[in-house]
Design a protein around this ligand. Structure first.
Ligand SMILES: [Mg+2]
Length: 181
């Protein structure tokens, strides 16, 4: 048995990162999650997600993104051959997100995938990992594929429907990990 930290520390691991809130900090207000008016204070009408969407219409938030040091350090050490990205995108910002991944983390454009359905994103992200596995690593057991996301809801659902490993992005708060190899 391996813990997820042991799997992530192993050269065999194929890691699939989410973008919003995972590769990006998700702090877009001066001192708040969102600027006033887009902060989800009217929770009946506006979720944090739709607030982000509203803001992204007037501002390329992805050109402002800076690397999260622990994640950047992990990706640099692991090498980008086994690093992929999968993000929900429904507003046509694929280009902005791809150039952020390349500029900030050195992840090649061909490793950045998108899904369209926010409701079924766990199912769709699972299908994306299936495709990555079939295309690049058909011999590798599912446990060596790790989905890293900021949504515990999504990760719980993925655990229920697949054998892939999952980790909340907060696992990187304690990186570099002390694991036995
Ligand atoms: Mg996210």
């Amino acid at each position: 048995m391996h813990t997820v930290k042991e799997i992530l520390s192993d050269p065999r691991a194929v890691v699939i990162f989410d973008i919003d809130g995972t590769l990006t900090e998700y702090t877009y207000g001066e001192r708040t999650l969102m600027p006033k008016g887009m902060d989800g204070s009217n929770l009946d009408q506006m979720s944090t997600c739709s607030g982000l969407r509203e803001m992204a219409k007037t501002r390329d938030i992805y050109s402002e993104v800076e690397a999260l040091p622990a994640i950047k350090d992990y990706i640099d050490r692991h090498g980008t051959d086994r690093i992929f990205v999968c993000s929900v995108e429904m507003e046509g910002r694929e280009k902005e997100k791809i150039s952020m991944c390349e500029r900030v983390y050195g992840i090649p454009a061909s490793h950045v995938c998108f899904v369209q359905d926010e409701v079924f994103r766990a199912e769709e992200k699972t299908l994306v990992i299936d495709t990555i596995r079939r295309k690049y690593f058909p011999e590798l057991e599912p446990k060596w594929f790790v989905m890293v996301d900021d949504s515990s809801h999504l990760l719980r659902k993925m655990t229920a429907i697949s054998d892939y490993s999952t980790a909340l992005v907060t696992v990187f708060l304690s990186y570099p990990w002390k694991v036995s190899r």
